[in-house]
Each structure stands twice: as C-alpha cells, then as structure tokens.
Ligand binder design. Structure first.
Ligand SMILES: [Zn+2]
Length: 253
C-alpha cells in the first residue's frame, strides 16, 4: 500500500523517518517478572496512532516505506513494526491501524507459528501465544505486511555458518511457502548482528533489515542496519510525540 504525502503536512524535505518498534499490544500481565515494558496497552497504542495522524504522519509497512527510506520519495511517514508475531497484534493492533488507514510490518518467527515465545518464555515468566498460519493470513488480508524474524529467534552472531543460513534463508522460504507471499523484510532477533549476519541476510534476498539501534532512520542510509524507536509501556503520549518529532532518540547509542 502506498499513500501520497498529506498536503496538510509541513514540508519535511528528507526528514528523518521514525521506525517504531512494538512487541505486545496488550495489558501487561501482573505476574510477569521482567520486560513488562514490552507491552503497550491497546488504549495507549490507539492514542499513539491518533497522535501520529494528528501530526500529519502516515503509518506505513516497511515495504511501503522503502522509497522514502531510500530517499526517492518525500513525505511525512512513519513505519510501524511489531516484533515476534504475537496473536495480540492481530486482535488489538490491526483494528486500530485499519481505523487510521495505516499499514505495519510484523516480523514473524517462522519455526514457532501457532506456538508461543519459546525463546524467552522461561526468562520472562510468561508464555505468549504467537499467530497461527490462519491468523497470519488474516493479518495480510487486513492490509498488513509479514516480515521474517528467523526460524527460532537465536542470537545470530553466535550461529555457525550452517545455522545462520538455516535461520535466515530458512525463515524466508518457510514463510513464503506457508503464505504464498513474497517476504522481503527481515529483523535481527535481540538486535544482534554483525557483518557476517548482514552478508547472509543480503544473500537470502531480503530488501532491508531492522535493528534495535536507537534513532530515526535517515533517508538513503544503510538498509541493513536500520535504527528504530522502541515504544514501551511507560512512555506517555508527550514523550511518544517527542521521540517522533525531535532528535531525542537520535545519537543515543
Ligand atoms: Zn524478537
């Protein structure tokens, strides 16, 4: 989906592009031990999307935003990404995104479809359902994009050559076979990557990859090391606005 730049928006020639990073769109469970911050409530998510629109932004998937990220097209755009493929993304985030006419990319762990967050359930003390194949089809039919996030959510820099290929090439093939769709976007689990991981991701035929480096993306910069802005449970609406509009998140490595 491509949206023209809104005419009401101020001119923002080659302005930085915020790529927002979400995980769960749900109330945080009370008993969770750590990482409650990975939850954004459906209400807060709706308010954030409202503010984005109010500020003149159009929320796009990674693929729809690609011409803007390459600096070939100008407009007031933000990218909405959701990591891991939780079922709550479909149930709680998609209706909100649709209400605002926004797109988004959900990065799916292809070896755990319809299962749960096996890679960190024990550490977090919570088992969270991941979208089934049918739910992923619903997500796509709703106008949203599916990207790859490996097969098992490992730390990629610690994988040997065979594992690396299996996780990166394998996740693309697995999702494309299952969904009969091209999958061109990738996200490094834990933001863990190095030159070898980037090389394998390019070789696999992806178009871009996102990290957990903080900051807004500058049009024309390295598509294999795209920074993002994490939106967490404790961020209040004014802080969210500041992250989008200002250099607050930039240069905070
Ligand atoms: Zn992840």
């Amino acid at each position: 989906m491509n949206y023209p730049a809104q005419s009401s928006a101020a001119p923002v020639s080659m302005a930085p592009i915020p790529i927002l990073m979400y995980h769960n769109i749900a109330p945080a469970p009370r008993d969770i031990r750590v990482y409650r911050s990975l939850y954004v409530s459906p209400r807060a998510f709706a308010r954030q999307m409202w503010l984005l629109r109010r500020l003149g932004y159009v929320g796009l998937s990674m693929t729809a935003a690609a011409p803007y990220l390459r600096g070939e097209r100008e407009g007031r755009v933000a990218v909405i990404t959701l990591d891991d493929g939780y079922a709550d993304n479909l149930q709680a985030a998609m209706p909100v995104l649709q209400r605002f006419g926004f797109g988004a990319t959900c990065y799916v762990v292809s070896g755990q479809i319809g299962q749960h967050n096996r890679w960190d359930a024990e550490r977090l003390g919570v088992s969270k359902p991941l979208m089934t194949a049918e739910q992923l089809r619903e997500w796509h039919a709703g106008g949203m994009e599916i990207g790859a996030h490996t097969r098992t959510h490992p730390r990629l820099t610690q994988c040997d050559e065979t594992q690396l290929r299996n996780e990166i090439h394998g996740s693309k093939a697995e999702l494309e076979d299952l969904l009969a769709l091209p999958v061109s976007q990738f996200c490094y689990p834990y933001g863990d990557y190095d030159d070898r991981v980037v090389g394998m991701t390019r070789e696999a035929g992806f178009a871009a990859a996102t990290t957990t480096h903080r900051g807004r993306a500058i049009p024309g910069t390295d598509p294999w090391r795209l920074p993002r802005i994490q939106v967490a449970r404790h961020h209040l609406l004014p802080q969210f606005g500041m992250k989008i509009l200002s250099g607050y998140e930039d240069r905070r490595e």
